[in-house]
Design a protein around this ligand. Structure first.
Ligand SMILES: *Cc1c(COP(=O)(O)O)cnc(C)c1O
Length: 467
């Protein structure tokens, strides 16, 4: 499978190439040159497969030329073997129409583990082939940092440097990063905000003194391999609810548009999806874009669902590219205008194409709390604030009552215990597998919010690329 950039001027790469590259060199995002498609008979034949086997079948067309089936199967079994639930992403029933897809049974209690556990193994496999070394640099305001660290801790040929704003992540989130003591993990607490940390990471990607020596890479959801891994659970849930004979709708708590774009890919591959509900919090750029064609940034309002507190949704570019007829130069022009003015209008084709599959909703703080209470009172389930935003949007959406609606549960409630307790009066307990988090030793360095200090620290500890 060949991958092309949404901005049209980067050379095409194979799956191994796009996994190691992350972002395309022309500033665009990599997408497959064409969508692989399964027939209804092929989809029906996946019914009942264990998760790792289903993952192998769904992802195989995307990795062709880079991984054979046996290798992919081995990586899936190893990656998903670390989940605390045998089904990996179990489905629970709320009521006659509504279902919950639990994506938080991985090591760090958020759905990001589903993709990152596999990505860590892909890095190791591809780097061994090229005998190279990768330096992952990232900034985190919460869930991505811990999931990325867990995924690469102790792996050969990879070091991870994760910046977090000192004193501005929750104690659970900090400890999930800083108690990982593997020698290839470097936690850095920065004096400053998340945006300061993010700006330093971006600067490092453009710093030729660093990129000339180290193979610097990112693990955020611009990486195609992460989206690919997320396509699998849409198939898993829909098959359990009667696909391909029956259509299913999904409601997705959305920030960077990675998770819900994976649903779009599943639909392109032939999975009969009735509707994808894009649920945002009050940081509603995506809701405005899909409902009114207005993609313009504002300022970020902090909410109880911090992983969705975003201004710009990087993966939205992948959808706009596909809906706009895969025209790389038009996309590059549209993004250039957006970057200059921080606003753009969607084209007619992008709006029409979006409306055919997506519905969107903006969910405020009171509605989020109400959804947490409904789940607790009516169904005896504690859900986290991100999931609650998805559930609220699902229950309000106009979906035919015969169509099952699956809300993606993106985090374990114990990751956000204060918000859950405020809404429901009940404090969710940490699962026993992470129960000693508060007793474990922590290790991190504190650095001033200055790029030079961070770059010097990375240069001192990273391994140069052999390429
Ligand atoms: C990252 C995250 C999201 C948003 O997912 P995107 O792929 O960025 O849209 C939602 N909920 C939780 C808990 C997350 O960690």
């Amino acid at each position: 499978m060949d991958y092309i950039s949404t901005r049209g001027s980067a050379p095409a790469l194979d799956f191994q190439g796009v996994t190691l590259a992350g972002l395309a060199p022309d500033g665009g995002l990599f997408v497959p040159r064409q969508w692989p498609r399964f027939s209804p008979e092929e989809i029906a034949s996946f019914t009942g497969l264990p998760y790792a086997e289903l993952a192998t079948q769904v992802m195989l067309p995307f990795v062709s030329g880079s991984l054979d089936e046996a290798t992919l199967r081995d990586l899936c079994h190893r990656g998903y073997g670390r989940f605390a639930h045998e089904a990996v992403t179990p489905l629970r029933q709320f009521d006659q129409q509504h279902w919950l897809l639990e994506l938080f049974h991985g090591p760090t209690l958020a759905f990001k583990d589903v993709a990152l556990q596999l990505l860590g193994l892909l890095f190791e496999t591809f780097l061994a082939r090229s005998n190279d070394h990768l330096t992952i640099v990232g900034a985190t305001s919460g869930d991505t940092g811990s999931a990325a660290i867990d995924a690469v801790a102790g792996r050969e040929r990879v070091d991870v440097f994760m910046l977090h704003p000192k004193g501005r992540v929750s104690e659970v989130q900090r400890r999930q990063m800083t108690t990982v003591l593997a020698p290839n993990v470097y936690n850095i607490a920065i004096d400053g905000s998340f945006d300061d940390a993010q700006a330093m990471v971006k600067r490092m990607f453009g710093d030729t003194a660093m990129t000339g020596t180290y193979r610097i890479s990112a693990v955020n959801s611009i990486n195609w391999a992460r989206l690919m891994a997320q396509v699998v659970y849409y198939f898993a849930a829909a098959l359990q609810l009667g696909a391909p004979a029956r259509k299913v709708a999904f409601s997705v708590p959305t920030g960077n548009f990675g998770d819900v774009f994976a649903g779009y890919v599943a639909s392109k591959m032939g999975l009969p999806i009735e509707r994808l509900i894009v649920a945002t919090n009050v940081n509603d750029i995506l809701h405005r874009a899909l409902a009114q064609g207005d993609y313009s940034t504002g300022t970020v309002t902090p909410t109880d669902a911090p992983s969705m507190d975003i201004q710009v949704s990087s993966n939205f570019e992948r959808l706009l590219f596909d809906l706009g007829g895969c025209d790389g130069s038009a996309m590059a022009e549209q993004m250039r205008a957006f970057e200059a003015s921080k606003a753009m209008r969607l084209s007619h084709a992008q709006r029409e194409g979006g409306a055919a599959l997506f519905t969107s909703a903006r969910v405020d703080a009171a509605e989020t709390a109400e959804a947490m209470r409904w789940a607790a009172d009516r169904c005896g389930e504690l859900i986290d604030p991100h999931t609650a935003i998805g559930l609220h949007a699902a229950r309000r959406a106009a979906i035919d009552s015969h169509v099952p609606v699956v809300t993606l549960a993106t985090a374990h409630p114990a990751k956000f215990p204060d918000a859950v307790e405020r809404a429901t009066g009940m404090r969710p307990a940490l699962p026993t597998r992470v129960g000693d988090l508060f007793e474990r030793e922590e290790r991190y360095v504190e650095l001033p919010g200055e790029y030079e200090a961070v770059a010097a620290y990375v240069a001192e500890h990273a391994t140069p690329s052999s390429a």
